[in-house]
Design a protein. Sequence first.
Length: 357
Amino acid sequence: MQANSTADPKPSIRVAQVAPTIFPVPPKDHGGTERVIHDLSIALRDLGVEVTLFAPADSATDVPLVGIWPSLLSLEASHGQVPPSIPAVLEAARMEDLRLRLDAFDIVHCHGEFFHAALLGERRRHSLTTIHWRVDELDREIFFRTFPDLPVAAISAAQAAMLPASNRAGVVHHGIRRDRYAMGDGSGGYLAFVGRMTDQKRPDRAIRVARAAGRPIRLAGTVDVGNPTYFEREVRPLLSAEATYVGPLGDRAKGELLGGAEALLFPVDWPEPFGLVMIEAMACGTPVVAWDRGSVREVVEDGVTGFVVGSEEEAVAALARARRLDRAAVRRRFEERFTAERMATDYLALYRRLLEA
């Protein structure tokens, strides 16, 4: 495989990227984890890494793909309601694909949940796990106590602080492809919210803030399958001509929404492990007004790319200041901090550290 002129001069590393089974890679509309895996795989390839992607068969990727079964999303589209055990079956099939090929890789980088840790056995020392979710609940406590030798790359320092010291392999902030989103001028005259319709992301809070600020708001995202009543109970009653829900969006529509927005509201109410939509907004030059939870202070530079707040009242005041921020400067900070190339370089350094240990 030929690498481009920016390829790393050191010997190539053979890396397996192991994706979850829910969505294809890349996702068709929503699926932040799958988006990150795709962009990471391509950026690693461009650095000269030999990447193989273990992912659903309906994935559309430019790197070698292993996987004979489609995503859960595709199975549900084809068969309607499927047995609740299907995700576990798909995960077992993914692990079998990996088991048969373990000797072909120097590093196995897993983005799934739990099963891979047992499969890897002695190979755990030459593996890396990225957890794209919170790590402060009982399931993770049991997991880490069982596998204290599993190297984990945190996606923020806030997430890393919740990991046992024995599992911490480093911190790598997410990145996205530099050219996925273009800078917009924010001339749409509205605010934006993009995220799952759930109490963790608090779209209801975003609507109240927009209303108090006298600004219309457009909300995009999926109704959370783990909390399906939240949208009907907490969000729909607040919708109006000034607060509209546009559903899940693909890259093009999301870029248009974010690029036209005066600011993105990110009113999270949980220990946010990263918050991909914040850097998607920055790629569009759109300032972010975000609640001070989890990773937010690591991502948003207060007064530069947005503002970090602690209440709805502070958010209303911050929105007035956000409109005066330099959108070109917001975009520049995205390019300096949150591209897929930077993410891939950081992961490659972790891979080499694990191999040299």
